[in-house]
Structures are given as C-alpha cells and as structure tokens.
Design a protein around this ligand. Structure first.
Ligand code: NAP
Length: 202
C-alpha cells in the first residue's frame, strides 16, 4: 500500500497584486478546480526588482488579505514581504518545499506574460524544477513557442476570461477618477479609497 493519497497539492499564486482584482481571484479558483489543489496560497511580491513605482508591500499584502478572507481555500503568505533583498521566485519555491517536505506537489500560478519572461529571472531552470507552472492567460493570448522545449511538461496554460481586468487599467482608472466598481471585492476598493492609493499615476 502506498501513501500517495497523503500528497498535498499546493497552489502558490505569485504576483505583485498592485492591486489584486477579481481576475486574480477567478484565476486562483479556476486553477484550484482544474488542478485539484488542496489550497491556494497567495504570495504578494515583496520587492519586485524588475519594476519601479510599485505600491508599498504592506499595502499590497493587506489588499490581498482583504480580497481572499472570505474563501477558506485561500490564504496569504508574508514570505516575500518579510524576506530582505530582491524577490526571487526560486527562493520562495525552495522555502515552500522545505516547509511542506516531499509530501506536496507545488504549483506556481501566475500570468502568462510573467512566465514568458522567465529567462530573465534568477535560476529559471531551478524554479521550473521546484514546481509545475500554471500560466494564466487573457482570452486569445497564448504562450509563444519560443521556450517550447524548456516549458514542455512543466508549464500549463489556462485561459481566464476574467483576466480582461488588469491592475494597470485599475490604477489608471483610479488616477483618472473613473469607476473601479465590480472589478475587485468591495473591501479592496474601500481600502484603496481610504489609503488614497493610485490617485497619481506613476
Ligand atoms: P507582471 O509582469 O506584472 O505581470 C505580467 C502579466 O501577468 C500581467 O498581465 C499581470 O496582470 C499578470 N499576472 C501577474 N500575476 C498574476 C497572477 N497571479 N494571476 C494572473 N495573472 C497575473 O508580473 P508580476 O506580478 O510582477 O510577477 C508575477 C510573478 O512572477 C510574481 O510572483 C513575481 O515575484 C514573479 N517574478 C519572479 C522573478 C524572479 O524570480 N526573478 C522576476 C519577475 C517576476 P495584472 O497586472 O493584472 O496582475
């Protein structure tokens, strides 16, 4: 008799989440269902070193907490917020592996555009070895064949129509005083208003 039934399937939802929106939530839930994940842990990037003008990490962490609180299958990790220095996904995946041991299958969920840039990340090969990657794409967008050999068997693409919503569009809307209602949970919208986030475009 094997104990393979005890292997947990952990989704790790990586993103800057500046801000988190309903597209991210639909994506995490869809990945959970399609890949039969036991849970999805959202991991807001602490110091996304390839970006400038990102909102404070604690704000993005709180927004992510507010957005996910009502789903018992979702949780939020501070691992990248609390780790000093540039945020590297490979470090996060190794930490998850250490925490869960061999009795877990890890699935790293993020946007297709981000996965397409993986060769610019730290130790991309090692990152792909640590977890199966789930690349979420907007409708009619697919991963180019540029890295087909590297990605074969290691990256799955899922199409998420709700990803027509984007953080960039939301930031622009807030700066222009346009509505962001229904694009994100009410609690997230209220926190953005209270904190005055995104009022000036960066
Ligand atoms: P990004 O370049 O801002 O995002 C690329 C695209 O993917 C955007 O359209 C974005 O939409 C979407 N996206 C991002 N996260 C998503 C998610 N979890 N689910 C669905 N769509 C998502 O990417 P990023 O947010 O900075 O980084 C994504 C992940 O890659 C993070 O975990 C980050 O730490 C990791 N990363 C690692 C390295 C490294 O290890 N060296 C380098 C770069 C990125 P929205 O703008 O609407 O979110």
């Amino acid at each position: 008799m094997t104990d393979s039934g005890n292997v947990r399937r952990i989704g790790i939802m990586g993103g800057t989440f500046d801000p988190i929106h309903n597209g991210h939530l639909v994506c995490a839930e869809e990945a959970r269902m399609q890949f039969e994940l036991d849970e999805v842990v959202f991991v807001p990037s602490g110091n996304p070193w390839q970006k400038t003008g990102v909102s404070p990490a604690e704000d993005r962490y709180l927004l992510t907490m507010l957005a996910t609180a009502s789903n018992s299958n979702f949780s939020v990790s501070r691992i990248e917020i609390d780790r000093e220095g540039p945020t590297y996904t490979v470090d996060t995946l190794r930490a998850f592996r250490t925490f869960y041991g061999e009795k877990a299958d890890l699935f790293f969920i993020t946007g297709t555009d981000a996965v397409a840039e993986i060769l610019s990340w730290k130790d991309p090969q090692a990152a792909l070895d640590e977890a199966h990657f789930i690349a979420a794409s907007r409708p009619s967008y697919s991963l180019s064949d540029a890295h087909a050999d590297l990605f074969r068997g290691r990256v799955s693409v899922i199409e998420i129509p709700a990803l027509a919503i984007s953080s960039t569009d939301i930031r622009r809307r807030v700066a222009e005083g346009r509505t962001v209602r229904y694009l994100m949970p009410r609690e997230v919208r209220e926190f953005i208003e209270q904190r005055g986030l995104y009022r000036s475009q960066t």
